[in-house]
Write a protein that binds this ligand. Structure first.
Ligand code: FEO
Length: 401
């Protein structure tokens, strides 16, 4: 796609990736994505804000070359070093050897790791500005959105905020602007939920920081450029980041149970666990993990107090659906929640132990040893499961006080 002028001094020079279906290995991207990079031209100097994924560098380079000689670039601003943006930096520097890389102080180590050489970057302090001649870039620290190194770049005279991944989404449409593309609200919400929600306190801090900024356009690193009503997007982020935990003091604790079951035995255990936990005063919901939409249950898990996961043991392992659920927990806040595991098995029975180990790695509190039942689940097993569920709920209640 050819460059697109987005404001008086700024031009989109990024790359489209319409075929991408999974981002960062775990995040479905049904509508592809874009790697947005922007050229900002002043009367005296020129800056490139962000690069693109290495394999898309030919697109970026062709776009830059159609506007300027890349060797004349003065600055390459790297708002965040993750390889979907920083991956092309080494190649860009080969074409623009005189350009100074501008990063946040926190990015110093990441930059060295990324490039495997020292490039003597400019460390932009919060509020620092670079004058390009008639247009200035202002840098705004916004750590943990979603990496520690993240900063925003604000093009002062154009009132364009380039907030890196913040306010972005995985949605590919060459019409580029929010008022021209189709409805991308689902992708926008999903991106917040998966990428930004674990850092919602930092999101609020960043929103507070830019609250007084005069913003006419938000030009993020992925997805549509937001120009129709920038404040509405900022408001939506604030709402979503401010969403309180549904449980208020005095409310019962909530426990979610996810299971997969090959022959119905682990499912029976899940039912008995739920009975026991309910009798002990917890609100309980039970899910067959083979039937869920993980994106939909993640907010429930984040709002819950305790999580039990159950799997049969198949070839000395837990089943894929349960591992998949656990792998997505890195996108929400689970540290300090209560966790437990269970499962029936025929001969080796490792799965529940493996699941509890994973819960521990995810920083769950795991007050109970994994619950296992051999082969056919009988009345004794169900009684043990009811007790386990009750003990778990009691532990969650004690921890919630
Ligand atoms: Fe789009 Fe965190 O990089």
């Amino acid at each position: 796609m050819r460059p697109v002028e987005i404001s008086e001094h700024c031009t989109w020079v990024g790359a489209l990736d319409p075929q991408l279906r999974v981002f960062d290995v775990v995040m479905p991207t049904g509508e592809g994505t874009t790697y947005n990079a922007y050229l900002v031209k002043g009367a005296e100097k020129t800056a490139l804000v962000d690069c693109v994924k290495e394999k898309f560098m030919p697109q970026l380079l062709a776009n830059v070359e159609s506007l300027i000689d890349p060797a004349s670039l003065d600055y390459i601003v790297t708002n965040h070093t993750e390889p979907d943006h920083g991956g092309g930096l080494a190649t860009m520097l080969e074409h623009a050897p005189q350009a100074k890389v501008v990063i946040s102080k926190t990015a110093t180590g990441f930059l060295k790791g990324l490039l495997k050489r020292d490039v003597d970057p400019i460390l932009a302090a919060d509020g620092d500005e670079i004058d390009l001649g008639g247009v200035k870039l202002r840098f705004i620290w916004a750590p943990f959105l979603h990496w520690p190194d993240t900063m925003f770049t604000y093009v002062v005279e154009d009132k364009v905020l380039m907030p890196c991944d913040f306010l972005g989404c995985h949605y590919c449409d060459d019409r580029l602007f929010d008022d021209k593309v189709d409805d991308f609200s689902g992708a926008f919400r999903y991106y917040f939920d998966v990428i930004m929600r674990p850092f919602k306190e930092f999101a609020i801090k960043a929103l507070d920081k830019i609250d007084q900024l005069d913003i006419e356009m938000i030009a993020p690193s992925h997805g549509p450029i937001l120009r129709s009503d920038p404040k509405a997007y900022l408001f939506e982020y604030r709402e979503r980041a401010s969403m309180p935990s549904p449980r208020k003091p005095g409310d019962p604790v909530s426990v979610l149970i996810f299971y997969a079951s090959a022959y119905g035995n682990t499912e029976k255990m899940a039912g008995a666990l739920a009975d026991g936990a309910r009798q002990a005063g917890a609100q309980v919901a039970t899910f067959d993990a083979t039937q869920i939409d993980i994106a939909e249950v993640l907010p429930m898990i984040e709002a819950s107090d305790g999580l039990m996961v159950g799997s049969p043991t198949i070839v000395a392992d837990a089943v894929e659906q349960i591992w998949s659920l656990l792998s997505h927990l890195i996108t929400i806040k689970v540290k300090g929640k209560y966790g437990a595991s269970f499962g029936s098995y025929a001969w080796s029975g490792e799965a529940p132990m493996m699941l509890t180990n994973r819960l521990k790695e995810l920083k769950f509190r795991t007050p109970l040893e994994p619950l296992r039942a051999v082969f056919t689940v009988d009345e004794d097993d169900l009684a043990a499961a009811r007790k386990f569920g009750a003990d778990f709920a009691q532990a969650v209640k004690a921890g919630a006080k």
